[in-house]
Ligand binder design. Structure first.
Ligand SMILES: Nc1ncnc2c1ncn2[C@@H]1O[C@H](COP(=O)(O)OP(=O)(O)O)[C@@H](O)[C@H]1O
Ligand SMILES: [Mg+2]
Length: 337
C-alpha cells in the first residue's frame, strides 16, 4: 500500500501526540533518511503565528542539547491547513517512555538533568523560557545524549508577558499564586523532572479539586511528597530539595548553579535493581552485586566485587526489621565516593 504523504515526506508511523499536535516519523525521499515532523492544526490566524513561533524559537536556540529543527512551513494535510515543524528524528524517544519501561539509576538521572540543564541554560541565555519542562519533553538521541524538545509554550521573556501555562504538577508555589513564570520556575520544573527520574515515577498523583488544596500541599512540601527511593544518597536528595524548594529565593537561581552542584557529585557504583533481593552495579570496569537471603537466624547480606565477597560490606543474622536499612545503607554509601 502506498504510504500517506505529508508534504514531500512519506509517513512511516505516528510517534506522539500532545496538546498541540501530532508527531510523525517520516521518510525524506530526497535526503533518504528518517525525520520527525510535528503537525500543528491552525484553526485561526493567531494559532498560525504561535505554531510558526515554535519553529522559530527552536531555530534561535540551536544547541547540542536541544532538538535540531530542519524546517518550518505551512502545508495542507488531510484537507486542512497545518504548520509542520521538521526535526531530527530521535529514535530512542522521550525519557517519559524510559521511566515507564526500565529502571533509571541515580547516576543516569543526574546525567539526564545535567544535559537538559545545558540545553535550558542556552535557551535562557537567548531570553527564552521553556515553561514546559517534563519527562515527555526531553528526548534521547542515538548516543543516549539528552535533548530538550517541545518549545510549544516557550516565550521570549523580555518581549512577552508570561501567564500561567504549562504542566500543573510541575508549577512552583509562586506561579500557583499567580506570579509570572520565569527562569527559576523552569528550574523548579527541571527539579520535579529530576524527582521523577530518581524515584522512577512516571506520573505524580495530582488529586486536587481546588487551587487552594493544591497550593497548600505545595506549601507544606506534601506535593510532591518528600519521599525517596531508599537507594538515593542523601547528597543527591539535598540537591533535589534545593531545586524544588517552595521558597523561590532558596532554589538554584540559574541552570549553571544547579548543574554544577550535580557535577560536584563523585559517582562510584552505578546500581541497578534486579529484584527485591538483588542489585547489580558497575564502576571502572568492575562488576558488583548486593544480595540478601533469608536464613534460619535472620538475613545474610552479601556484597561481591567481580564475584568475590568483600566482607567489610557483608552482614549476617540481620533481623527482619533491620535488613532493608542495612542493605540500602551499603548501596547508598557505595553510589558516591
Ligand atoms: N524529534 C522527535 N523525535 C522522536 N520523537 C519525538 C520527536 N518530537 C516529538 N517526539 C515524540 O512526540 C511526543 C509529542 O511531541 P511534543 O513536541 O512534545 O508535542 P506536544 O506539543 O503535542 O506535547 C514527544 O513526547 C515524543 O515522544
Ligand atoms: Mg510535549
Amino acid at each position: 500500500m502506498a504510504k500517506e504523504q505529508l508534504d514531500k515526506f512519506q509517513i512511516i508511523d505516528h510517534i506522539g501526540s500532545g496538546h498541540f499536535g501530532n508527531v510523525f516519523l517520516c521518510y525524506d525521499p530526497f535526503l533518504q533518511k528518517e525525520i520527525a515532523v510535528k503537525v500543528i492544526k491552525v484553526t485561526d490566524p493567531n494559532k498560525f503565528v504561535n505554531a510558526v513561533k515554535e519553529g522559530q524559537t527552536l531555530d534561535a536556540c540551536r544547541h547540542k542539547h536541544i532538538v535540531d529543527v530542519k524546517d518550518v512551513r505551512s502545508v495542507i494535510f488531510r484537507g486542512e491547513q497545518v504548520v509542520i515543524i521538521v526535526m531530527e528524528y530521535l529514535s530512542k524517544g522521550s525519557i517519559q517512555k524510559h521511566i515507564e519501561k526500565r529502571f533509571i539509576t541515580a547516576k543516569d538521572s543526574c546525567r539526564v538533568i545535567q544535559q537538559a540543564l545545558l540545553g535550558l541554560e542556552h535557551a535562557h541565555n537567548n531570553n527564552v523560557l521553556h515553561r514546559d519542562i517534563k519527562p515527555a519533553n526531553i528526548l534521547f538521541g542515538d548516543f543516549d545524549e539528552v535533548k530538550l524538545s517541545d518549545f510549544g509554550l516557550a516565550i521570549n521573556y523580555h518581549v512577552e508577558p508570561s501567564n500561567i501555562q504549562g504542566y500543573r504538577p510541575h508549577q512552583p508555589l509562586e506561579v500557583i499564586e499567580g506570579n509570572p513564570m520565569d527562569r527559576v520556575s523552569d528550574i523548579y520544573a527541571t527539579g520535579i523532572t529530576f524527582y521523577r527520574l530518581l524515584n522512577n515515577t512516571n506520573k505524580l498523583d495530582f488529586i486536587f479539586t481546588t487551587i487552594d488544596e493544591w497550593k497548600n500541599a505545595v506549601k507544606r512540601d506534601k506535593f510532591p511528597p518528600r519521599v525517596f527511593l531508599p537507594h538515593i544518597p542523601e547528597k543527591i536528595i539535598r540537591i533535589l530539595k534545593k531545586s524544588i524548594h517552595k521558597a523561590k529565593g532558596t532554589r538554584y537561581q540559574n541552570c549553571n548553579d544547579f548543574r554544577q552542584a550535580i557535577d560536584r557529585l563523585n559517582f562510584d557504583i552505578d546500581w541497578v535493581q534486579v529484584d527485591d533481593d538483588n542489585w547489580t552495579g558497575h564502576s571502572n570496569g568492575c562488576n558488583y552485586e548486593m544480595i540478601k537471603v533469608k536464613k534460619r537466624n535472620g538475613w545474610t547480606i552479601d556484597f561481591k566485587k567481580n564475584g568475590i565477597r568483600k566482607t567489610e560490606n557483608c552482614c549476617k543474622n540481620v533481623p527482619d526489621d533491620k535488613v532493608e536499612s542495612e542493605f540500602f545503607e551499603v548501596i547508598r554509601k557505595t553510589t558516591l565516593r
